[in-house]
Design a protein around this ligand. Sequence first.
Ligand SMILES: C[S@@+](CC[C@H](N)C(=O)[O-])C[C@H]1O[C@@H](n2cnc3c(N)ncnc32)[C@H](O)[C@@H]1O
Length: 355
Amino acid sequence: MSFCFNFDVPSQTTNLDEEDGNQLRQGKQDNADLPTEGNNPADPVKEAKEHLPKPDPQVLLMDAVSETVVVGTLPPLHFLNETVFEKTAEEREDGEKILTLSAEQRSDLISGVYEGGLKVWECTYDLLELMERDGETFGGKRVLDLGCGAGLLGILALKRGALKVHFQDYNSTVIEQLTVPNVMLNCQEDDEAASDDEGEGKGKGKSQEADGLKEKSKKKLEGEDGGSLPKKRALDVSQHANLTKCRFFSGDWSTFLALVKQESPHPRYDIIFTSETIYNTAYYPALHQTLHQLLAPHGLVYLATKSHYFGVGGGLHLFETFVEQRGVFSLDHLWDGEEGLQRHVVVLRFKKDEK
Ligand SMILES: C[S@@+](CC[C@H](N)C(=O)[O-])C[C@H]1O[C@@H](n2cnc3c(N)ncnc32)[C@H](O)[C@@H]1O
């Protein structure tokens, strides 16, 4: 079965900004003709904003329960366990009410309200495995983790010497309650490693070995007693060099793009990571426009995805068709998993005359 999007293929001479902007404005109308399966809501709008570190950021880490993901020789990556949010939703700042909503509705995704950032999605692990396999270097690079959720991909770049790392998620609660604390948790761990030769206290909590590219389901290695998990001590990391390399944004992609484009010069990224973000075809115009305008001329977009997202309708084939019709990027498969619900990692780069 082949699908066709009703977007014009841009001519080679079109002004790039105008081209994408025009297409985006037509988005809703054109989306009426997109193939649908289940619901296909309109492009969501949540005004973008930048989140500045709180004056007392380590408060976010008090009593934090963490997990650690270990992939080959990559540095261990720490993140807050998602169950914490269910148990402590009432006590947390959550203007969007997504902590309670997602728990009440037992839903990983409420389109336009909560876009799934509170848990780590499995394609993130595939992308981490790919970074291990292909040995991507981050030294001196500008990196964007787009649709970051827990932010593990950006955190990897940070730990591997990126010049700067920007994190974007749809939901401000995700950025404030998960992404920022995770970055701090990893800064804290660096500090502990530096000051604690015995190595004890590092990476406490659950440890998770990612088996992404190996086609096995990811296995959680529980604490030995299988019971409660150790809590980390909160060190002051507010001035940590790695934290100062980071910026954090929430909001939908079109207003995020408008926000950063107010800066002169606006950021351009050598590497854009985006994992499990192409599940909804209604969002493709804004996503494509963001990649188009924020990727540096020789930059790479690493995109990890499932073949198909049941109930939402998007997937790799539809996104590839969309990208092909736009004619801006070439897209190559880096890894195709074959078992169960198929997963993929692809890379996008500008076609020669579109840089
Ligand atoms: C399924 S989650 C994946 C989270 C994370 N990348 C991972 O792999 O664990 C999808 C993410 O895409 C982002 N997203 C989806 N649609 C968006 C939109 N229209 N505007 C901005 N962000 C969006 C949200 O931030 C959300 O966290």
